[in-house]
Design a protein around this ligand. Structure first.
Ligand code: FAD
Length: 428
């Protein structure tokens, strides 16, 4: 394998225009999804100079995440961001578990039990493109932050006390140097790959299909804004988003074969058969959006390599049952930005970044991976005894306020945030 310098020279030798843009006090960010944008805003509002590159031509109407948990809302309270998410999203204090074959409501959890634990005893269903837009609006008011859409990071060259990236933009490839690079460039992160950081874990054999419909599951079937359905060998998440305003839309997420051709899964017959078999209705469902996702459970071996840091999906990916991926990414962004500000502006030790990696990897491995895998297994269990045990356990937890509070503290990611807040530089 070539050294970083050799690769950079090789890159330059490829005959591309390559002016070096050198800024040693600049923080570079690869990726303008919600995590990269949040880093840019949190660093920029403290006065740091930031340059963010995103390979899309502009903000993307990405329909993936919606559920934002109390622990994350607490971090987004600054400058009215959480309040704005409430304004453009939906407040969902309750979630439910249903046994699909019997139609029984097994358990209901109300975040009101957390009223003494958090100022946000509810989740907010806010589509991730809306969250990203709210952050971008704030970023655009900061003259010290540049957001460059249409710019793809193609190569990374870390040095001892800085980092350089080659970026393919409208004028060809240019090299940008900065003091630190944040890789917030999603699950297929070029930054992570270029730094040879392993992405440990596995890929689920089945895929996840998302079908979005205006069918009103609350009015027609009595489901709340976040409802989980257990079914032997199958499962469904059904949740509501505000979309362009009332009456909103409902998203259903189901497992889909990893081998069946996409066209068969996604054509009208395929999607009607899937949704009707789970939620029989007297008329065809109107499907306004359909998408198929390959889903992984993976965590980067480290979130820090020298002056390169990973955050968001670049650092960890998980199945969406329980809605924790982006929440974890937002928590990374808040943690990392705070530490970079302390290091760059206040002269704090660089070892804080090792603490960042340990804190956020701990959350990813011990909480998000474990919880999201357990959530999936609970819903898909097919062994009758296992199903009975799972559903009974949920019933019992929901019926006991002390146990229900502990369950909610964990599902709302408050437990994991408290765990990492207690970790210090000295625990290494
Ligand atoms: C069906 C589904 C439902 C989900 N629901 C939830 C939920 O309810 N709650 C939750 O917390 N999470 C949820 N998630 C997970 C969530 O969508 C992700 O965790 C989130 O998008 C991660 O944000 P990010 O900014 O890290 O990465 P991304 O959103 O992937 O953004 C990365 C950005 O980097 C850009 N980029 C990539 N490569 C480069 C490059 N080389 N140079 C420059 N730019 C680059 C990309 O174009 C993109 O704009 C869900 C996921 C799925 C699939």
């Amino acid at each position: 394998m070539l050294s970083w310098n050799a690769r950079l020279i090789q890159f330059r030798g490829a005959g591309k225009s390559n002016a070096m843009i050198n800024d040693s006090d600049l923080v570079l960010i690869a990726g303008g999804g919600p995590v990269g944008l949040l880093c840019a805003w949190l660093l920029g509002r403290r006065g740091l100079r930031v340059r963010l590159f995103d390979n899309n031509t502009g903000p993307k109407a990405d329909p993936r995440a919606a559920t934002t948990h109390p622990a994350t809302l607490e971090l987004l309270a600054e400058a009215g961001l959480a309040a704005d998410m409430v304004r453009v999203g939906l407040v969902a204090p309750i979630f439910q578990f249903w046994d699909r074959p019997s139609g029984e409501l097994v358990a209901q959890f109300d975040h009101a039990l957390l009223k003494d634990d958090t100022p946000y005893p509810f989740v907010v269903q806010c589509e991730q493109f809306k969250t990203a837009k709210l952050i971008l609006d704030r970023v655009e008011k900061l003259p010290n932050v540049e957001v460059l859409f249409g710019h793809e990071v193609v190569d990374v060259a870390p040095a001892d006390s800085s980092v350089a990236v080659d970026v393919h933009g409208p004028d060809g490839i240019k090299t940008h140097a900065g003091s630190y690079l944040i890789g917030a460039d999603g699950g297929r992160s070029v930054v992570r790959k270029q730094c040879a950081i392993a992405f440990e874990g596995f890929t689920w054999p089945e895929r996840f299909i998302v079908l979005t419909t205006p069918y009103d599951f609350e009015a027609e079937r009595g489901y709340c804004y976040r409802s989980y359905f257990a079914d032997p060998g199958a499962w469904c998440n059904c949740f509501k988003v505000s979309a362009d305003g009332p009456p909103g839309l409902w998203r259903t997420v189901f497992p889909a074969s990893g081998e069946q051709p996409d066209t068969e899964i996604l054509n009208d017959d395929g999607v009607q058969a899937r949704i009707q078999s789970f939620f029989p209705a007297s008329r065809p469902y109107e499907i306004v959006h359909r998408n198929l996702y390959v889903t992984h459970q993976r965590v980067a071996a480290t979130f820090r390599k020298g002056h390169v840091l990973l955050a968001g999906d670049a650092a960890h990916v998980n199945n969406p049952i329980g809605g924790m991926g982006l929440n974890g990414g937002i928590q990374d962004a808040a943690n990392l930005s705070d530490k970079l500000v302390q290091i760059i502006l206040e002269g704090a030790p660089d070892g804080l970044l090792d603490l960042y990696s340990r804190q956020r990897r701990t959350v990813a491995v011990e909480f998000v991976q474990e919880q999201s895998i357990a959530n999936k297994k609970r819903l898909e269990a097919s062994d009758p005894e296992a199903r009975k045990h799972n559903l009974n356990e949920l019933r019992e937890i929901a019926a006991d306020p002390a146990r229900a509070r502990q369950f909610l503290l964990r599902s709302s990611m408050l437990t994991s945030q408290r765990r990492v807040a207690a970790m210090t530089l000295d625990d290494a």
